[in-house]
Design a binder for this molecule. Structure first.
Ligand code: RB5
Length: 157
């Protein structure tokens, strides 16, 4: 399994710990950074991880900033991305089983490292259930598609 991981300056230490913990499990990690404590704009790493997930160069993505909010918002702008910010393992598990999330995000200022590991563990072990949930995911994809077409028409005008 290959996972892309990204963060901002606030989440650097948590990212390092999560990265090392995943590597110990034999998971291959693509770390898009930042790896500096200097102030760093989270959309940069959110976008990089989202592109790797959307292009299927990796199997999943993990994003960490102060709250997980900004970095997941950035990732969700990429076509095909379903990123969810979680502060508990239950939401993380359900987000995979029902929403087929392909990126999990959380906040280094919100949760501790053990909760973060539980969230990632539950999420990676969960399996998408499909069925009735696929109808709803298709509806989300349709909104995405309609918006992209409307934007393309606007540029043509
Ligand atoms: C950085 O100060 C902070 O805004 C960022 O880490 C994140 O929480 C944004 O959603």
């Amino acid at each position: 399994m290959r996972i892309a991981i990204g963060n901002d300056h606030v989440a650097l230490e948590m990212k390092k710990e999560i990265r090392a913990w995943l590597e110990e499990k034999g998971i291959e990690i693509i770390d898009v950074g930042t790896n500096s404590p200097e102030r760093f704009n989270y959309p940069v790493s959110g976008y990089k991880v989202a592109k790797l997930v959307a292009s299927k160069e990796v199997d999943a993505g993990v994003l960490i900033c102060g709250t997980g909010v900004g970095i997941s918002l950035a990732a969700n702008k990429v076509h095909g991305i379903r990123a969810c910010v979680c502060s508990d393992p239950y939401t993380a598990r359900l987000s995979k089983q029902h929403n087929n999330t392909n990126i999990i995000a959380f906040g280094a200022r919100v949760i501790g490292i053990e909760t973060a590991k539980m969230i990632v563990e539950e999420w990676l072990n969960a399996v998408y259930e499909g069925g009735r949930h696929q109808t709803r995911i298709d509806m989300i994809a349709e909104i995405e598609q309609t918006q992209a077409l409307a934007a393309a028409e606007d540029t043509e005008k």
